[in-house]
Design a protein around this ligand. Structure first.
Ligand code: GLU
Length: 296
């Protein structure tokens, strides 16, 4: 796949990374911690940062959250090398997932040549029932309903899974060192969900490839998703996986990670209440052990 990003966008950047929030809520301190690592490591490595709006899930994402996210980035004073927040506001973008359905359709067509892609009617409760019956979570290969062998029709109400094969993938994480894990941690990979949304698992790999991203910087909660993403990239024709750096998460006093769903205080609200940008970046950096320079 050829990259849609012109290499001339920044004079020969040594790495290309990205900041890729999902507009399912307002930005919170966890995003700021990610931004600290993304911009901090990019600066250290002489790289550039792309901004991507990961709104693959049409039920959970909202345009008003995207608008707030763009405003928050402007208020924070951090700008990606490409594209500008203004370009997102002005219309369709190569960097907004909901504008790029054909790229994911095309990827699935290429995947069908490389491996088996099949309809699956397993729901969360199918996985839950299997867990109840077996005392452990499903870990594949395939899915608990054995849909790979059932030849279900592809269409509304059915998800789409891709066989990733078996075994582990290994990588050297820039922050965590040698890492390895099974590609079928949760069974064959769901590439389209039962509501017809392309999944995060598919979109992130397709986008990192077509955007020319060669260094992925994100929270440790995505460590277990990495082996499947490396394998999927290879099946899609990616010659070399990107580099990975998984950083610590901002946690509450009880150890749980901050999330939009449970009402983590948003950056916008904190700024409205009088916090300064520097103060917020310092807080986020301290929470995740970043000791280098701050983005602003
Ligand atoms: N949209 C994802 C998130 O907000 C980004 C995941 C990634 O960096 O791979 O968690």
């Amino acid at each position: 796949m050829t990259s849609v990003v012109s290499p001339a966008a920044k004079a020969t950047p040594r790495v290309t990374t990205r900041f890729a929030p999902a507009p399912t809520g307002r930005l919170h301190l966890g995003h700021l911690a990610n931004a600290v690592y993304v911009w901090g490591l990019a600066q250290r490595l002489g790289g550039r940062v792309l901004l991507r709006v990961e709104d693959h899930d049409r039920q959970r994402c909202r345009p008003e959250y995207e608008a707030a996210l763009l405003d928050d980035l402007d208020r924070l004073g951090i700008a990606a090398d490409l594209p500008s927040t203004a370009s997102f506001r002005s219309g369709p973008s190569l960097f907004r997932q909901s504008d790029n359905g054909p790229a994911y359709e095309d990827a699935v067509r290429r995947l069908e040549v490389a491996t088996q892609v099949y309809a699956c009617d397993c729901s969360r409760s199918t996985f839950g029932a299997w867990r109840e019956a077996n005392g452990r979570t499903w870990s594949g290969p395939g899915c608990p309903g054995d849909c790979r062998a059932r030849g279900l029709p592809v269409g509304p109400g059915a998800g789409l899974r891709a066989s990733l094969g078996e075994g582990d993938e290994a990588w050297t994480d820039t922050l965590l060192g040698e890492q390895a894990g099974p590609v079928t941690g949760e069974g064959d990979l769901l590439v389209r969900d039962r509501n017809g949304n392309w999944t995060y698992a598919l979109c992130v790999v397709v986008d990192d490839l077509r955007h020319g991203v060669d260094f992925v910087i994100r929270g440790e909660d995505l460590l277990e998703a990495t082996p499947a993403q490396i394998r999927l990239g290879r099946l899609l024709g990616r010659e070399r996986p990107p580099g990975f750096a998984h950083h610590p998460l901002v946690r509450r006093a009880d150890g749980t990670k901050l999330s939009k769903a449970d009402g983590a205080e948003s950056i916008g609200e904190l700024l409205d209440a009088g916090s300064s940008v520097t103060e917020l970046f310092r807080l986020a950096a301290a929470a995740v052990g970043w000791t280098g320079p701050l983005p602003v």
